[in-house]
Design a protein around this ligand. Structure first.
Ligand SMILES: *Cc1c(COP(=O)(O)O)cnc(C)c1O
Length: 377
């Protein structure tokens, strides 16, 4: 399947390069504004103290924004290191970026360990045994492998539990063919529980204080944490995901005004028929749950037609959904419908759309399937 996806992507890129016009007009599509993406990264990076490294999180196809093309913009915007979830994604980054570290955030399967060497990736290590296995593999290859230590400071999932960290890190340091080039931890609820997050910060600092040396990258900030955890010693890197795509992880949507972030992604479709039902004028839109429009909208949910808000009504089907177009009486078949983005004087934010669909913004971004065209601006 992955091969097929890759071929599909390459074909699209090739078509774009050669200027071949797709004979199928777009029915439902997302627009990715790469100028904005690049500007967002540049602005975030510029807000960091001198010397702090920018770890650019590009997992899940750059949160659904088309990773290969996005990578070029991330590089221009100043990304220093790329972070992915797994080795397949690392291999995709390596097709485009050869001279930057690629950090694999999620645990690596035993069967995948050799691929770390093949793609020059940096694994995040969560146990002594894992580090030992990597050390042995590196020795067989006559190498020393750089690894990052993943600490669990309260997420309670993966990583070396902080209370055991001293001992485990000391043991890992004795292994001959791995070198700890970074220590990090993930904040479990930086967008919702600030007190808990502050405890995680203190726990992290106390472990790092004993083990960090000058060559190590020490990183804890995600997008939500950047709002209120100051980027100062011992931190010398931040990991940015959601924020670089122009979306505020906090529900109140405040706190990043200085960064002047702009949303990168728009999601659009078209009216395919108009009818009257129970005395109301309604339209059918050619995007259903197979296009990533989930069933189970709240009653506030609406789209834009002619810049005006129109409520989504009835059940979403596989290929279509229905809207009430009384606010847009001039609407015609073929007109553009905006689920996320700007149109005329109207705008629907990704945050609103996410709330109406009972999703978090991260989910919205990655839930728009391949059936929906990608227009890369
Ligand atoms: C996905 C991920 C991030 C990025 O998080 P955002 O909230 O999108 O900024 C950072 N660190 C780790 C370990 C992750 O898995």
């Amino acid at each position: 399947m992955r091969q097929i996806f890759f071929t599909f992507d390459s074909l699209k890129i090739l078509q774009k390069l050669l200027g071949i016009v797709n004979k199928f007009p777009h029915r439902s599509w997302i627009e990715v504004d790469f100028e904005r993406l690049e500007a967002n990264v540049r602005n975030i990076k510029a807000s960091l103290p001198e010397g702090v490294k920018y770890v650019c999180v590009v997992k899940a196809d750059a949160y659904g924004h088309c990773m290969p093309q996005a990578l070029v913009r991330f590089l221009k915007g100043g990304a220093d290191i790329f972070a992915v979830a797994n080795l397949y994604e690392a291999s995709r980054v390596r097709e485009i970026v050869s001279d930057k570290p690629v950090l694999v955030l999620s645990p690596i399967l035993r069967q995948e360990r050799n691929l770390v060497f093949e793609y020059g990736a940096t694994p995040a290590v969560s146990s002594y045994n894992e580090a030992k296995a990597f050390s042995e593999m590196a020795r067989e290859r006559g190498k020393v492998l750089g690894i990052h230590i993943k600490l669990d400071t309260g997420m309670g999932r993966v990583g070396i539990w902080h209370a055991n960290a001293d001992e485990v890190i000391m043991q890992i340091k004795k292994l001959p063919n791995v070198k700890i080039t970074g220590i990090f931890s993930h904040l479990s609820s930086a967008d919702s529980d600030i007190e808990y997050t502050k405890q995680q910060v203190e726990i992290f600092k106390s472990v790092v204080q004993k083990h960090a040396d000058n060559d190590m990258l020490i990183h804890l900030h995600n997008s939500a944490g950047l709002r209120y955890i100051s980027v100062e010693k011992p931190f010398n890197a931040v990991r940015m995901g959601l924020l670089q795509y122009g979306i505020n992880p906090h529900d109140d949507c405040g706190g990043y005004e200085n960064l002047n972030l702009k949303p990168v992604l728009a999601f659009k479709s078209r009216i395919i028929s108009i009818a009257e039902a129970d005395g109301r004028k309604i339209a059918s839109v050619c995007a259903g749950y197979a296009d990533g429009v989930p069933s189970g909208f709240t009653s506030e949910a609406c789209v834009l037609v002619g810049g005006k808000r129109c409520q989504i009504v009835g059940n979403v089907s596989l290929d279509e959904c229905i809207i009430n177009i009384e606010n847009a009486p001039d609407a015609e078949v073929g007109d553009e419908v905006v689920f996320i983005g700007e149109q005329g004087d109207g705008e629907i934010s990704l945050a609103d759309y996410s709330r109406w669909t009972r999703r978090i913004p991260w989910e919205t971004m990655v839930a728009i399937p391949r059936r929906v065209d990608r227009i890369l601006k």
